[in-house]
Design a protein around this ligand. Structure first.
Ligand SMILES: *Cc1c(COP(=O)(O)O)cnc(C)c1O
Length: 293
């Protein structure tokens, strides 16, 4: 848990890794070498899906959950995935000589390739978890609520809006984070036009209220978070009730604790919401312990 020591500059052996799927094999590639044609539809249209998988102790303990979601995302976009064995071979190709003491983020990308009957593009990248992400795990985050501009129920009946898919079209998500940064905040909670809570640009919202852990319904089109699912399963194991609840920003202000959850960052405690400081009633430590099991 030596967060500060994991900065990439201190770990020359970590660096970056790339592997690409070519002719049925995972091929490791020097990180500076081009692997994608300029005509790739992932580049021109953001037409693809991805996963960010935590590498800890040199291993990827939650890879299976990410592969399940990657397959679901690919199906929602009518993309042909090379399959779990291919993804496992790509992950093995980049993690093979990764130093066990450095936490890494392994990104899996699947795009439509050049279209016209060509194969999809499938590749894996590995780099160290950024130092500021490691800091947010323990220091917590300041968050602003921003509208996503959609009704909470629209994506459930509009499959072309790709609710529930982790797509490469994240320009809006990144713009929302820059908007938050310009206001001095670290991250964002998106809300629907009716005020219902959705998710963060790269994370799931969880709050504790009345002795229950809550998260918004996936019927709103948010991504089903693997970290949230793991937390809720482990909370149930220890008798901590959980619920899928349609909440509002007012519910977050009234909550005992609020977190943004994702595989790489874990549970980041929200210590400030729309400029208002808030506590975590000592629950942040419990949540992080449950996730670390
Ligand atoms: C990746 C992501 C999450 C978090 O998913 P995990 O499986 O917990 O890492 C949540 N929401 C969005 C929009 C995401 O992109």
């Amino acid at each position: 848990m030596s967060a500060a020591a994991a900065a990439p500059d201190d770990v020359p052996a970590a660096g970056r890794r790339v592997a690409v799927w070519r002719h049925g094999t995972a091929v490791p590639v020097p990180p500076d070498e081009p692997v994608v044609t300029a005509f790739d539809l992932g580049l021109s249209r953001g037409d693809g899906v991805f996963e960010s998988v935590l590498v800890t102790g040199g291993r990827t303990p939650w890879l299976a959950d990410h592969l399940t979601r990657l397959a679901r995302s690919a199906a929602l976009l009518d993309l042909t995935s090379p399959g779990d064995d291919a993804w496992r071979a790509l992950v093995a190709a980049v993690t093979g000589d990764w130093p066990a003491g450095t936490e890494g983020v392994c990104r899996l990308f699947l795009t439509r390739g050049t279209g016209d009957d060509g194969p999809p593009t499938a590749l894996a990248l590995l780099s160290a978890v950024p130092a500021d992400t490691l800091v947010q795990r323990t220091a917590g985050i300041s968050v602003v609520a921003l509208t996503y501009g959609l009704a909470a129920d629209v994506r459930a009946h509009a499959p072309w809006l790709l609710g529930g898919a982790k797509t490469l079209s994240y320009a809006v998500n990144m713009a929302a984070q820059r908007h938050a940064h310009a206001q001095g905040a670290d991250d964002v909670v998106f809300t629907a036009v009716g005020g219902e809570l959705l998710e963060g640009p790269t994370s799931t919202v969880v709050w504790a209220a009345g002795g229950v852990l809550h998260t918004p319904p996936v019927a709103t089109g948010i991504l089903a978070g693997t970290t949230q699912a793991r937390l809720f399963a482990r909370a149930a194991d220890v008798g901590w009730p959980t619920a899928v609840s349609s909440g509002t920003v007012a519910d977050l202000h009234a909550a005992d604790a609020v977190w943004l959850l994702s595989g790489i960052r874990g549970a980041a405690t929200v210590h400030t919401l729309d400029g208002v400081p808030r506590g975590d009633a000592g629950l942040g430590r419990q949540v992080r312990e449950l996730l670390a099991r």
